[in-house]
Design a binder for this molecule. Sequence first.
Ligand SMILES: [Zn+2]
Length: 230
Amino acid sequence: MRFYRPPKILSWMSSSLIWRVNIEQKEIHLTFDDGPHPTVTPRVIEILQRHQVKAVFFCVGENIRKYPEVAKMILYEGHKIGNHTFNHLKGWSTSDELYFQNIDVCDEEIEHIIEEFNKEQMLLNPKSKPAETSNLFRPPYGRITPSQIRELTTSYHPPKRIIMWDLLTFDYDRRLNWKTALYYLIKKTRNGSIVVFHDSIKAEKQLFHMLETYIVSMKQKGFTFTNSID
Ligand SMILES: [Zn+2]
């Protein structure tokens, strides 16, 4: 069997990393990494919309720059955009200086797209609620050093909330037996689980096999979905 839950040692490593939230609530937190992507992301948004589920999209800055209209679709549906660095960098093999610079450029990109989105929405409907920036950050590959964690959670204004996960779906693995993966995903989900999917081409096939059935099954079990993790 594959390892769906992070090893405990990782959770002990730093109390600043967030693996689950609001564990007293029957709530699930869906997250989508590595987008926006011009064909995969809109399909994800459409499924979420159909089931009235709000999620967090951990976007790669350069993808926002390439596909600004897709990023705006995410905002339009009331989802949140979190920072996933500008170039999808591995914290372990990147100097702190470069790592923080890359995160800052991604923040600027997110701020820029939110500003543009809000301006456009204002013209269309002056009463519309503006989209807001978030302080959510997810390290690509989950690889981040203790000094990077410290800096992001203490020196940044506002401090970053470093969102890890309670369950990986392995949707990025093209050889994945998605039926088994889905079975375990449904079985292992618990209060406050943070679940990682990917809105990327690599994950597309597995993702679309799993996502909708997962949402429907969990709702049947009495869970709700929320993107309030800040
Ligand atoms: Zn990633």
